[in-house]
Design a protein around this ligand. Structure first.
Ligand code: 13P
Length: 285
């Protein structure tokens, strides 16, 4: 595609054709290459999601440059997306670097404060030609260093969702319907009825966070009911880490990153392929 895109056309097309674009959390050069290779192989659009923790670890400018290179080298739609950014300043920093898709997550704040910061981000991001995702409701689990307990979780209210989208002008909305960040202790029970109500009332693309560990049939039901972006992080971290661990245990003398990283990448790629197939985005590039 040559350039990193915003999420608008990608998610609208997914909405019309009833599939979801996978948003894979990436952390460095190798993880970006892995998910892009999987997407290219299956001709799928792909969203590279970077949290503030990733930016601290790898560097905002490095992540931007690597993602831009991936977009230049491959003829599929690639989006670099800021995942769960909590401050206006951090988002503005990336907009200045050329990021075209951002998430402002002020879901920890009260409704009015969430609206006010989201609106501010939307106004600035749109000037840069970037699209904005925001979250209403609170997901259980851990994302970077933020941990939300069961007792602090809150599902998205369909009527408030309408008001939130109208007053902020967001381009897509992350909904809390029973998924959690990280793995589950028991099978998650998703509130499909709530998702249906939100879909009926809200026209912007809806985003499913916390898809790791959710049975494939449930993710696909969410897609059928209107989720057009599916966020997956933990389930890709696991094969990368276990691949690396396994390789080093079997080759205790190995000290060449080019060898052990290759194995870790392959293990992660296998799961990325499965997830693209689950989202129904193969062949949609
Ligand atoms: P998981 O780690 O549960 O896949 O969550 C990913 C996510 O929602 C990132 O925003």
């Amino acid at each position: 595609m040559a350039y990193l895109m915003n999420s608008k056309d990608l998610l609208r097309k997914a909405q019309q054709e009833r599939y979801a674009v996978p948003a894979f959390n990436i952390h460095n050069l190798e993880t970006i290459q892995t998910v892009v290779e999987a997407a290219v192989e299956l001709r799928s659009p792909v969203i590279l999601a970077a949290t503030p923790g990733t930016m601290d670890f790898a560097g905002r400018a490095y992540i931007q440059a690597i993602a831009e290179t991936a977009a230049k080298l491959n003829d599929i739609p690639i989006v670099l997306h800021l995942d769960h950014h909590h401050t206006y300043e951090s988002i503005e920093e990336s907009l200045k670097l050329g990021t075209k898709s951002v998430m402002i997550d002020a879901s920890q704040k009260n409704f009015e404060e969430n609206i006010s910061i989201t609106k501010m981000v939307v106004e600035t991001a749109h000037k840069y030609g970037a699209t904005v995702e925001a979250e209403l409701g609170k997901l259980v689990g851990q994302e970077d260093d933020l941990i939300i307990d069961d007792c602090d979780s809150a599902y998205t209210d369909p009527d408030l969702a309408v008001e939130f989208v109208e007053r902020t002008g967001v381009d897509s909305l992350a909904v809390a319907i029973g998924t959690a960040h990280g793995l589950y202790k028991s099978e998650p029970k998703l509130d499909f009825e709530r998702l249906t109500k939100i879909r009926e009332k809200v026209s912007v693309p809806l985003v499913l966070h916390g898809a790791s560990g959710v049975p494939k049939k449930d993710v696909q039901k969410c897609i059928e009911l209107g989720c057009t972006k599916v966020n997956i992080s933990t389930e890709l971290k696991i094969p990368f880490s276990s691949g690396l661990r396994e390789y080093l245990i079997n080759h205790p003398e190995e000290m060449d990153p080019r060898k052990y990283m290759k194995h870790a990448k392959q293990e992660m790629k296998n799961v990325a392929i499965e997830k693209i197939l689950m989202c129904g985005s193969a062949g949609k590039a």
